[in-house]
Design a protein around this ligand. Structure first.
Ligand code: ZN
Length: 352
């Protein structure tokens, strides 16, 4: 959904402000909504003040950011940025078999305009942090400089199933013990780069999963993240080295493969500087921050200069009905959004 207020110069591509209005089944009312309502408020303020921008300002609500009904997440912004084709998106089905295209028809929002047809001068997104850093440091504005890189791996550990009562300890090839050692290595790899690195073993399947059988096969996932692709590469090498070491010590075989490899996103320096300057001009406390989560801004950053603004949320909690943010922080975020948009608009200047 796009709402455009034209600027003075029709030949300048508009500046987009937005986020998403969809949510998780038990999500809160700030994730996404703040960025759309903040953008709307910025637009209303311009109208009320009779302020004419050089470029148009367009408020955007990106469809299906959460991916709660239609996977993957960030689908609307992905189609806009050309990451997915429109045909691909239209054919994605929800759990009841309803396709994304049909669902859009049903609500009358499929639209005729070609996705991505509107060139943009810049994109700014206001969002709650969804983490604890700003609140803990008592900062009002997070100047988001980028989004961290993510790599997913799957390891299959093969040992030897045997009787838990009769197999002496030195004779065992225990796949689960190897998995547990690898999980501790993942923790150590991330802790060595704390607090910027994170590492998680989120899924473990044990076979045969019986109390009196030494596990013969374990499948496990590893999720490693860091904002610097080089550091993440180093973490990956340590992971592979750990896998080799554990396999040798534990008399097991470990096969690993990489499932996902998403590079770090660095937001545009001009947009980041506009956000930082906006916070400074308003006398708001701020800090630079890396987003731990994905946002529509990730896809937009591939087609237009982009940045994000974070505000604190209570206890860092999100994707939860208890999600909350103060009216002062929300207002400050919306004000920085407007300041940053106007600074970028001033740089665009008159018609070219
Ligand atoms: Zn969101």
């Amino acid at each position: 959904m796009f709402a455009l207020r034209p600027g003075r110069h029709a030949d300048l591509a508009p500046i987009a402000l937005g986020s998403h209005l969809d949510t998780q089944p038990t999500g809160g009312k700030f994730d996404g909504n703040l960025g759309v309502l903040g953008a709307l408020e910025a637009l209303r303020t311009l109208v009320a003040a009779g302020y004419e921008t050089n470029a148009g300002i367009v408020v955007v609500n990106w469809t299906n950011e959460e991916g709660a009904r239609f996977a993957p997440a960030m689908l609307g912004s992905g189609v806009f940025a050309g990451v997915y084709s429109r045909t691909e998106a239209d054919s994605i089905a929800d759990i009841e078999g309803v396709r994304f295209g049909e669902a859009l028809d049903r609500i009358g929002w499929r639209g005729e305009t070609k996705a991505g047809a509107m060139p943009l001068s810049a994109y700014l997104e206001l969002h709650i942090e969804q983490g604890p850093i700003l609140e803990a440091e008592d900062k009002t504005i997070g100047v988001v400089t980028g989004v961290q890189a993510v790599r997913w791996y799957e390891a299959t550990i093969t040992g030897r199933e045997s009787h838990a009562g009769t197999t002496p300890m030195p004779r065992r090839a225990d796949a689960f013990v190897a998995c547990a050692r690898l999980a501790l290595e993942v923790q150590a790899i991330a802790l060595a780069r704390a607090p910027t690195a994170v590492g998680t073993v989120g899924r473990v399947e044990v076979e045969p999963n019986s109390p009196n059988v030494i596990p013969g096969v374990v499948r496990m996932t590893v999720d490693l993240r860091h904002h610097d692709d080089g550091v993440l590469q180093d973490m990956e090498e340590r992971l592979y080295a750990a896998i080799e070491r554990i396999a040798a010590d534990g008399k097991v075989q470990i096969e690993s493969k990489k499932l996902h490899d998403l590079a770090a996103i660095k937001f545009h320096p001009d947009c980041v500087a506009a956000v930082r300057a906006g916070a400074e001009a308003l006398g708001l406390s701020r800090r630079d921050i890396i987003s731990g989560a994905g946002h529509d801004a990730v896809h937009l950053s591939t087609v237009t200069p982009t940045a994000m603004i974070f505000v604190p949320c209570k206890d860092g909690l999100s994707h939860n009905e208890a999600e909350s943010a103060t009216i002062e922080h929300c207002a400050a975020g919306a004000q920085v959004l407007l300041e940053a948009a106007l600074a970028l608009d001033a740089k665009l200047g008159g018609a070219r």
